[in-house]
Design a protein around this ligand. Structure first.
Ligand SMILES: NCc1[nH]cc(CCC(=O)O)c1CC(=O)O
Length: 294
């Protein structure tokens, strides 16, 4: 049986697709696994911010189309880049183990200290609001492009440092560029940061992904995404969510900035793993009420 694996054509996306392919091949040596890369709209437009060109969904549209058309059999994504609205014809059928979920500070090559007179570059409002609290007085400036493009901008001297996901740097073999890993307390990650999602067509036999799939990570992903989905009702405020499981209990920590008051709220909830989606929803509602009563 032949499996065509669809991916964006950035280096990180290809490495991530290859992680899925290697696992399938290792456990199912009889299968013929092939990579199909494509450029997405989000990759082609680099001169505007993601908000201006219509959000994260731009990175998945072309892959969705190819998957629906049967040009590929599965697609591999960074779960954190996947839009909340999911096409029921293209379910997520497997998630990876979670790589280090936290963000990292990266300095220009050869530097051991951040130049405080230069801005810190980051690519999301979530990082922006948390960096403003961590480095008061330092300018936080948006930086776009894939990881390599952003690193090239760092070398050009425009930024004193960048903040990137540890997971992406590690998968790219660039972990030696990490000068500091932020703690959960310092910088709460984006929902599903460090997790890969595999999408297929509804009804497809995906038993070849059984060995790749991590059920406990799926539970964590459900809780984090349910928190974001509940808060996203009408707003696009910066949101962070991070869940862990210990002894069948799930703890979810959430952070978001209320749009009108610009207040940053942070709270956590613990409950049974089986209630993952409900826990995300409950935490979001509680925090929104808290925001509205102050
Ligand atoms: N938005 C781009 C993106 N999507 C996923 C990762 C990192 C890998 C991951 O979170 O699994 C990155 C790079 C970054 O944020 O630094």
């Amino acid at each position: 049986m032949k499996i065509r694996v669809g991916s964006r054509d950035s280096r990180l996306a290809v490495i991530q697709a290859e992680m899925v392919m290697d696992c399938i091949q290792r456990h199912h040596p009889e299968m013929d696994v092939e990579l199909v890369t494509m450029k997405t709209t989000g990759d082609k437009i680099l001169d505007r911010t993601l908000d201006q060109i219509g959000g994260k969904g731009l990175f998945v549209k072309e892959l969705d189309r190819a998957l629906l058309a049967g040009e590929v059999d599965i697609t591999v994504h960074s779960y954190k880049d996947m839009p909340m609205e999911q096409d029921s014809r293209l379910p997520i059928v497997a998630v990876s183990a979670r790589e280090i979920p936290f963000d990292a500070l990266v300095l220009p090559s050869g530097r051991r200290q951040m130049d405080p007179s230069k801005p810190i570059g980051c690519a999301s409002a979530r990082r922006q609001i948390q960096l403003e609290a961590l480095f008061p007085g330092t300018e936080i400036r948006p930086v776009r492009g894939n990881v390599q493009t952003r690193l090239a901008k760092l070398e050009s001297g425009e930024y004193g440092a960048l903040v990137l996901a540890c997971a992406g740097l590690k998968r790219l073999g660039l972990e030696d560029r990490v000068s500091r890993v932020f703690t959960q307390q310092e910088m709460l990650p984006a929902a599903c940061q460090g997790i890969l999602a595999v999408q297929a067509r509804e009804g497809m036999d995906v038993s070849f992904l059984r060995e790749f799939h991590h059920a406990s990570v799926h539970i964590i992903a459900c809780a984090e995404r349910s928190f974001v989905a509940e808060l996203n009702g009408g707003c696009s405020a910066p949101i962070a969510a991070f869940a862990t499981i210990a002894h069948d209990q799930l703890t979810l920590e959430g952070l978001y900035q209320e749009e009108s008051t610009r207040r940053v709220l942070r709270d956590r909830i613990t409950g049974p793993c089986t209630d993952a989606v409900e826990l995300g929803r409950r935490l979001a509602r509680r925090m929104r009420e808290e925001a509205e009563t102050r």
